[in-house]
Design a protein around this ligand. Structure first.
Ligand SMILES: Cc1ncc(COP(=O)(O)O)c(C=O)c1O
Length: 408
C-alpha cells in the first residue's frame, strides 16, 4: 500500500497516522516492544549499529520501536504546518523521557555549564521552580527570575548580564495561567544569542506551537494532555538543531538514564491520536465553567485565559488557538472555604496532575506548590484560597452540577 502520510493536511490525521511504520507481522498498532536488548545477526552488524553505519535498535535505554513512534509523532505535531525560511517543512527531533522533570533536566544539563545563568519568570510549575532555584545554583548555574511579561525588564536583564545563556519560558504557567509573549521574547533573546526553551505542557501543540516563533526547544510533561488519560508519567524534549539533538543531547539523555519505556510510550501514542478532539471539548467545557464561576458569589477571582478579565488575555489570544482547559479560582472565604468545597465534590476528582479526561481539582498552596515559601507563593498569586481545575471532557451539565452543589 502506498504511504500517504506525507500528503496529510489535518492535525488529527497527523496525530493518528504520523510516525507509524508497518509492523513486520501486520499488527494494526505498533506492539509494545517489551525487550531490554536487540539482537545482531552477526558481530559486524552490531559494530555497524554502534558506529552509526546501520540504523537499528541496540539497547532499551537507548530506544525502541515503541518509544520512537511516540517521539516521531510529537515531533510531527510540534512542527505541523511550520515552514523554514526556504519553504521546506521544519524538521524536529523529539526524545522521550521518564517524566517531564527528566526532560527538563536533560535540557538544562545539555545546554548550561557552571558560570552560566538562566533567565526565567516567576510563575513556573513548582518542581521546575525548585530545580532552577535549588538544584542548579550549587552546580554554579544561577537563575535570574523576573516578570517576563515586562519586555523592557526582560531586555534590560539580557543586556546587563552576559552570563545569561538561556531564556526559559512556561506559558501558560501553572497555576495562575500567566502567559508570556513567546514571539517578542524569542526575538529579544536571539539578539543576545540566548538559547530559548518553552514548556508547552498546558497548551499542547494543538493549541500553541512555540517553534513558529523561533524557539530552540519545547518540552512537555507528556503525563498531561498528550497522554490524556492519566495512565503514564512521561516527558519529552523536542529540538530543532538536529545535529545537536542526535549527538550531544541524545548522549546526555542516555547517560542520565532518563529513558521512558515501551509500555508508557504505547499509552502515549494511543492518547495523542485523540488530542485534537479532546482539546476542543476540554476548551469548550473550560469556557463554560469559567463563565459560571466568574459570576458566582462565593468566588472572588477566576484565572482563565478566555476571560477578558485575565491580564494575559491578549497574549494568549495571539499565540493560542483556544484559551486551554486549565483555570484557577479563589474562594472569597479563603482556605477553609476551599477545603469544604473540595471535600464536597462528587464527580470531579480531588487530585493533582492535569490534562486527563476526568475533571481534576487541587489546592496548589498545600499541594503542587507546597515547597514554595508562603511569601513567594503569595507574591506569585498562589493564595491559600486558590483552587486549580483541569477541566475534563465529561458532559458539561454534569461538571456544572457538581461544582454548583459543592459551592452551596
Ligand atoms: C507545566 C508543567 N511542567 C512540568 C511538569 C513536570 O512534569 P512531570 O510530573 O511529568 O515530571 C509539570 C507537572 O505537573 C507541569 O505541570
Amino acid at each position: 500500500m502506498p504511504d500517504k502520510k506525507n500528503t496529510l493536511t489535518g492535525f488529527s490525521s497527523m496525530a493518528i497516522h504520523a510516525s507509524h511504520t508497518k509492523d513486520p507481522n501486520y499488527a494494526h498498532l505498533t506492539p509494545i516492544y517489551a525487550s531490554s536488548t536487540y539482537v545482531f545477526d552477526e558481530a559486524e552488524q552490531g559494530m555497524r549499529r554502534f558506529n552509526g553505519e546501520e540504523k537499528g535498535y541496540i539497547y532499551g535505554r537507548w530506544g525502541s520501536p515503541s518509544t520512537a513512534e511516540a517521539e516521531d509523532k510529537i515531533a510531527a505535531l510540534e512542527s505541523f504546518g511550520i515552514m523554514n525560511d526556504d519553504g521546506s517543512p521544519l524538521q524536529l527531533k523529539a526524545i522521550l523521557h521518564a517524566s517531564g522533570m527528566a526532560a527538563l533536566s536533560t535540557l538544562l544539563i545539555s545546554n548550561l555549564k557552571s558560570g552560566d545563568k538562566i533567565l526565567t519568570h516567576f510563575s513556573l510549575y513548582g518542581g521546575s521552580q525548585e530545580l532552577v532555584e535549588k538544584v542548579l545554583p550549587p552546580l554554579g548555574i544561577d537563575a535570574v527570575i523576573v516578570d517576563l511579561r515586562d519586555l523592557t525588564t526582560a531586555e534590560a536583564m539580557m543586556k546587563a548580564d552576559d552570563k545569561i545563556k538561556m531564556l526559559y519560558l512556561e506559558t501558560p504557567a501553572n497555576p495562575t495561567l500567566n502567559c508570556v509573549d513567546i514571539e517578542e521574547l524569542t526575538k529579544l533573546a536571539k539578539q543576545f544569542n540566548l538559547t530559548v526553551a518553552c514548556d508547552n505542557t498546558f497548551a499542547t501543540p494543538y493549541l500553541q506551537q512555540p517553534f513558529k516563533y523561533g524557539v530552540d526547544y519545547v518540552f512537555h510533561s507528556t503525563t498531561k494532555f498528550l497522554n490524556g488519560h492519566g495512565t503514564a508519567i512521561g516527558g519529552v524534549l523536542v529540538g530543532k538543531d538536529l545535529e545537536k539533538m542526535n549527538s550531544h543531547v541524545t548522549k546526555i539523555h542516555r547517560l542520565l538514564g532518563s529513558n521512558s519505556n515501551p509500555f508508557d510510550a504505547f499509552l502515549l501514542t494511543m492518547g495523542m491520536k485523540t488530542l485534537e478532539v479532546r482539546m476542543e471539548r476540554h476548551c469548550h467545557n473550560a469556557m463554560e465553567v469559567a463563565g459560571i464561576l466568574e459570576a458566582h458569589p462565593a468566588i472572588s477571582k477566576v484565572n482563565y485565559l478566555g476571560l477578558a478579565s485575565h491580564p494575559d488575555y491578549y497574549t494568549a489570544a495571539k499565540q493560542m488557538r483556544h484559551p486551554g482547559a486549565m483555570l484557577s479560582f479563589e474562594m472569597k472565604d479563603g482556605l477553609e472555604a476551599a477545603k469544604i468545597f473540595i471535600d464536597k465534590l462528587q464527580m470531579c476528582i480531588r487530585a493533582v496532575s492535569l490534562g486527563t479526561c476526568d475533571t481534576l481539582l487541587c489546592h496548589p498552596a498545600s499541594m503542587t506548590h507546597f515547597s514554595v515559601p508562603k511569601e513567594k507563593r503569595e507574591l506569585y498569586g498562589i493564595t491559600d484560597g486558590l483552587i486549580r481545575m483541569s477541566v475534563g471532557i465529561e458532559n458539561i451539565q454534569d461538571i456544572l452540577m457538581d461544582l454548583e452543589q459543592a459551592l452551596q
